[in-house]
Write a protein that binds this ligand. Sequence first.
Ligand code: F6R
Length: 248
Amino acid sequence: MSINISIVKDYDEMSRRAARIIADAIRNKPNLVLGLATGSTPVGCYQELIRMHKEEGLDFSRVITFNLDEYIRLPPTHPQSYRYFMDENLFRHVNIKIENTYVPDGLSADLQRTCKEFEELIKRAGGIDLQLLGIGANGHIAFNEPGSSFDFRTMVVNLSERTIKDNARFFKSIEEVPRQALSMGMGTIMEVRKIILLASGVGKAEAAAKSVEGPITTDVPASILQRHPNCIFILDEEAASKLVRKAR
Ligand code: F6R
C-alpha cells in the first residue's frame, strides 16, 4: 500500500483535479457521503464544484457531508467558525440540503456526547465514501496534531502553538484564536473509503514529503495515510518540491 501522488502545475489545477474526482463520485453515487475540510486549500475546489453545479447541473440534493472539525465556542455566525466557512464557501451556493451537512457542534454543552453522536451519525450514514483533506505545515490532519494517537476517534483537542500561530492570520489577533477544537481522529479518518489530500505551496513541501516518503510516525500524523488502501495526494509543483521520488 502506498499513497498515489498526482503532481499538478499550480493551485488552480489542483483545485480542478480534486473537484473533478468529487463530481465524478457524486455522479456515480448521488447520495455520496462526502467528508469536507476547511482552510485556504480547498476553497478553489469548492469554487469549481459551485461552477459545476451552476453550469453543468452537478446535483447535490442527495449528498451528505461531514466536516472534519470545528472550533470550540465559536458560534456558527462567527466568520471564522467552520460552519460559517462551509455555508459561505460551498453550501449556500449549491442545492445541498442543509440538514444533510454535519459540522461538529462546538457550542455543545456536552462535548463528549457530541463527539460520540458525530461518530454515530457517520456510521448511520453508511460511513464516509470520499474524504477531502488538507495538511498542516507540521503534518497535521484535521486537528490531529503531532503526537496524537492513530486510534483516536472524534474528540476534543488542544491546538498546538504552531497551529494557533498558523491560524492567527484568520483572526484579528492571536488571542482570539480558539485554543480547542472538536476533530475527527485519525481512527475515524482511516475508515473512510477514499481520501484526497490537497497541498499547495512551498510551505507544505516538507510535510508532504515526510508524509509520503518518511516513516509512519505520530510525529507526522499524515504519514499514517501510507497505510490507507485508497489515498491520493494532489500536490502542486511547490508542495511536491521536496519529494525524492517524483510523479508516478
Ligand atoms: C481544516 C483542517 C486542517 C487544514 C490544515 C491546512 O478543516 O482540517 O487540518 O486542512 O490546517 O490548512 P490550510 O488549507 O489553511 O493551509
